[in-house]
Design a protein around this ligand. Structure first.
Ligand SMILES: C[S@@+](CC[C@H](N)C(=O)[O-])C[C@H]1O[C@@H](n2cnc3c(N)ncnc32)[C@H](O)[C@@H]1O
Length: 303
């Protein structure tokens, strides 16, 4: 059995109820002007909160470009464009893209809209929120890889990932009016029956596979913020991409650095040094051990 075509579902959802597809509150099926104001205010607040949290963790950040994967009608794309001066929105649905274009124009911000992640460009801020949970992980992991590649050195990735549901959420699965989906791997996705749309499928990701698709050759601290999306639990991952590997490797094995880490160095001191030189703790320890071994051997030979 093949993977369910969630792209087709999203085009249908967007054609029927674009705003409700983003925030599943009844009023967003036919939103008034006032409803839309509140709808877009949620995006402004979320981007402000993501930025504030990122700055608390990693320090000041002034992005000059941004990418929003699964941008929908532009709820997060517009505040990202305000912040960075311009932003690129990627979405599978033509309807979502045309609404995002209209709302960005109304807001007076500059956006580029496309159906795929640009392969030849990198961005200071790469964002994706409440999107991957609707895409089969088998496809999603490679999308994460592409998003990581699209992140500029020094850039910030804010990525929402779902990993499990609680009873409140799984309650829907047991109702009389549910469709249970099977994507060829796991019978974990499901949708509520709706008269006009097939439904919104939900998936759980494995965090270790997520990280495996963010190749951090020189290590980057990851910050996980717990997210409970109506009983569908997961994380927002915040990570700043370190500059190219070659530079850091050279510094990590510089003997002056290793001298900073004598045998009795505490774990916290090792972590501080690792952060200072931009390498992983394990790498630094291995390097230090090798040099120590070499030194003790040469000592034996001298004897
Ligand atoms: C729940 S909405 C979230 C929209 C936006 N991120 C927000 O928070 O306002 C999910 C969006 O992901 C888009 N989407 C779903 N599958 C996609 C895919 N394979 N590639 C790009 N966008 C996709 C949908 O069309 C929809 O606009």
């Amino acid at each position: 059995m093949g993977v369910i075509d969630t792209d087709r579902d999203w085009c249908a959802i967007a054609d029927a109820f674009p705003y409700f597809g983003v925030i599943t509150e009844e009023r967003y099926k036919n939103p008034s002007a006032e409803d839309l104001k509140e709808f877009f205010a949620t995006g402004q607040n979320e981007i402000a909160a993501f930025l504030a949290r990122s700055e608390r963790i990693f320090g000041p950040f002034e992005p000059k470009s941004a990418l929003d994967f699964g941008c929908g009608v532009g709820r997060l794309l517009i505040p990202l464009a305000k912040l960075a001066g311009n932003a690129t929105g990627v979405d599978v649905s033509d309807k979502m893209l045309s609404l995002a274009r209209k709302h960005a124009k109304d807001a007076g911000v500059s956006v580029t809209l496309t159906k795929s992640i640009p392969a030849d460009q990198t961005f200071d801020w790469v964002n994706s929120h409440v999107v991957l949970q609707h895409i089969s992980p088998r496809r999603g992991y490679s999308i994460i890889h592409d998003l990581w590649d699209a992140l500029a050195p020094g850039g910030l990735l804010v990525l929402h990932i779902t990993t499990f549901r609680d009873k409140a959420h799984l309650g829907d699965l047991l109702g009389n009016d549910s469709i249970v989906g099977y994507d060829g791997e796991r019978a974990i996705n499901y949708s509520k029956v709706d008269d006009q749309i097939r439904g919104i499928l939900m998936y759980d990701y494995d965090l270790s596979h997520v990280f495996a698709n963010m190749p951090m050759a020189n290590g980057c601290p990851l910050y996980l913020e717990k997210v409970d999306h109506a009983g569908h639990h997961g994380f927002r991952i915040y990570v700043r991409k370190r500059p190219p590997v070659a530079q850091n490797r050279a510094v990590a094995f510089d003997p002056t650095v290793i001298e900073d880490a004598p045998k009795n160095t505490s774990d916290s001191a090792i972590r501080t040094i690792a952060a200072k030189v931009g390498t992983r703790v394990g790498l630094l320890r291995r390097g230090a051990d090798l040099i120590r071994q070499a030194l003790s051997l040469s000592f034996l030979f001298r004897k």
